[in-house]
Design a protein around this ligand. Structure first.
Ligand SMILES: [Zn+2]
Length: 106
């Protein structure tokens, strides 16, 4: 996803290799829905974040996922992802954005 569109690569219930933790039981690949935010020089990162928050909220509602289970890829495998959010300390704010989007859907 970027500041203009969201592209679904695979169905929500299909296993993908986004979290980098293989087939670990209870892990991100086996249990999580992977979201990647595109960071392009010619796109608006803040708008991409807003779109990501909307998508997170929509998936939370659709699959009955608690906000506590919205995790960084870093949580599963230690990689520095989402890198800009981590570097700029934006994660807590992003979670707040997800909560706000979720409230709008309820
Ligand atoms: Zn990632």
């Amino acid at each position: 996803m970027d500041d203009k569109e969201i592209f679904r690569h695979i169905p929500d219930n299909e296993i993908a290799w986004h979290a980098g933790d293989g087939r670990k039981e209870g892990g991100g690949n086996m249990n999580g829905i992977g979201i990647e935010i595109c960071v392009n020089r010619n796109s608006d990162f803040n708008t991409a974040l807003k779109n990501a928050a909307w998508l997170v909220a929509t998936l939370m509602k659709k699959h009955n996922i608690a906000i506590e289970n919205v995790q960084q890829h870093h949580f599963f495998n230690g990689k520095n992802c989402p890198e800009i959010m981590r570097r700029q300390g934006l994660w807590d704010n992003f979670i707040a954005m997800c909560r706000a989007e979720f409230a709008k859907l309820s």
